[in-house]
Design a protein around this ligand. Sequence first.
Ligand SMILES: NC(=O)c1ccc[n+]([C@@H]2O[C@H](COP(=O)([O-])OP(=O)(O)OC[C@H]3O[C@@H](n4cnc5c(N)ncnc54)[C@H](OP(=O)(O)O)[C@@H]3O)[C@@H](O)[C@H]2O)c1
Length: 197
Amino acid sequence: MASHVKIDLAMSSMFPAIANKIHEEFGRLDVLVNNASILTDFGKHPSLIDEDTYRRVIEVNQIGPFLLTRALTPLLKKSSSARVVNVSSQAAQLSQLSDMHSPWRDDICAAYQSSKIGVNANTVLFAKELEPFGIKVNSYCPGWVDSGMNLEELPEYGENVKLKTPREGADTAIWLATLAEDGPTAGFFTEREAISW
Ligand SMILES: NC(=O)c1ccc[n+]([C@@H]2O[C@H](COP(=O)([O-])OP(=O)(O)OC[C@H]3O[C@@H](n4cnc5c(N)ncnc54)[C@H](OP(=O)(O)O)[C@@H]3O)[C@@H](O)[C@H]2O)c1
């Protein structure tokens, strides 16, 4: 059975009603994929970003998924093997960002990268808390995917980037959403392989 509810991640006051609706219709939640995001600060270094943009990106990308996961935690606990998948980005790998010689050194979107580092923090914090309930929480990067997010920026990368289809980009999410009991938790992945934070 399919059902839907529209969520604005910047409106956390809606989240309890969404939890109630899922509770009434299904009684539990087996999989939560925190996928929605905005990227409105491409090329913006920290000193150049305006406050409203910074706050909006953090609100939608990091705080919204945190509060939604919190609101849905009681329903996740009712599942026998719930899985949470947080969609992050390799653009937020601190191991790369802190490398002064990285080829991606100047590809900065200060709010988006900060928000996805926050998403990764959400992952490890919820993973620890929910591990005793058999719930696995992981982050992953889909890679460069042909979606609304990149269309305006891609000319800058030209032929160096081979875009994935949305189906290809979702492959690791599906794997993480259906992990067996001995699968990983508190990890960061791309192409079904662990990567550094
Ligand atoms: N595309 C890539 O190459 C790439 C690379 C690395 C990571 N990612 C990550 O992959 C995920 C999916 O990105 P995408 O490429 O599919 O981006 P997209 O095409 O821009 O889609 C973003 C989605 O987020 C929704 N959204 C935006 N603001 C929202 C809000 N306030 N509340 C609820 N939903 C909201 C949008 O809904 P509306 O259409 O209704 O606005 C849209 O469905 C994101 O987490 C992104 O950071 C993507």
